[in-house]
Design a protein around this ligand. Sequence first.
Ligand code: ASP
Length: 327
Amino acid sequence: MKKIFTLALTVAAVSGAFAQAFPSKPITLVVPFAAGGPTDLVARQLAEAMRKPMGGATIVVENAAGAGGTIGATKVARAAADGHTLLVWHIGMAATTSLYRKQAFKPLEDFEYLGLINDVPMTLLGSPKLPANTYRDFENHIRANGGKLNLAHAGLGSASHLCGLMWQSAVNLDKSMTTIAYRGTGPAMNDLIGGQVDVMCDQTTNTTSQIEAGRVKAFAVTTAKPLSGHPLLKHYPSLQEMGLKGFDLTIWHGLYAPKGTPAAITQKLNEALLAALKDPEFIKKQAALGAVVVADKRNTPAGHKTFVAGEITKLKAAIDAAGQFAD
Ligand code: ASP
């Protein structure tokens, strides 16, 4: 008994010491997509908001892009479990298991869940060269020309890929568009603006400023209801309103550490995350881009993990149903 007690004390002391010494060097937030895209932007704003609650720690963003986010996620799953390498990833954490035959990590086993960050709507966009100006015209144009048009996305299992897949399935296109995979929707957006690609569905954290500047055409939002609280995005109908029954796609981002990161460190990171999520400046910046900062039990580690487990099941059903458009 005494031995167990001593052991318990030692574990507590060691874990306390870990927390005190943490962070002992800059913290890296790995973004599994290219710089200048929607997830990159969320991570950079979060890094800024977490700095103060982390005692002024240096938090840097590193882009490890490719394969719909799975390259960056694998990198973090294999990183030292000391809290200095973290992952900011979105719905792909739950979607990619249903899309990749071989995956180098298991979403529910290889990470410590630190909490959910935000919910982000998506917008269905077209290049400025598309002749359509309303959703109805857009849908008709794609129906008539589907086989000749290109859809840009950020790789299999990215949010833009999922949205394109679900939309093509929901409207039951005869001919799917040709998909073009980028390392992120940041670079894809440049090609959409330039008209090298025709269509993209992307998160509002990347699209709001481009829509506002008139560089792309927006046709609809992917949430069940229109975004009536947003000064710009309120002008676009939801896909449900346009007759796509049950269409409801919201992208969420979460924060993760490698499995085995000491509890004292994950607790410190969760506390810093919670403080960042209450930072009025962060909330304001996110709201301006149509994103809603999470303020419910999904920002606890347990709540986050339960939510992702539910999303894995839900997305598997949606992906299976849209199977004929999977590439
Ligand atoms: N998050 C985007 C997507 O999944 C890609 C990106 O952040 O660049 O489509």
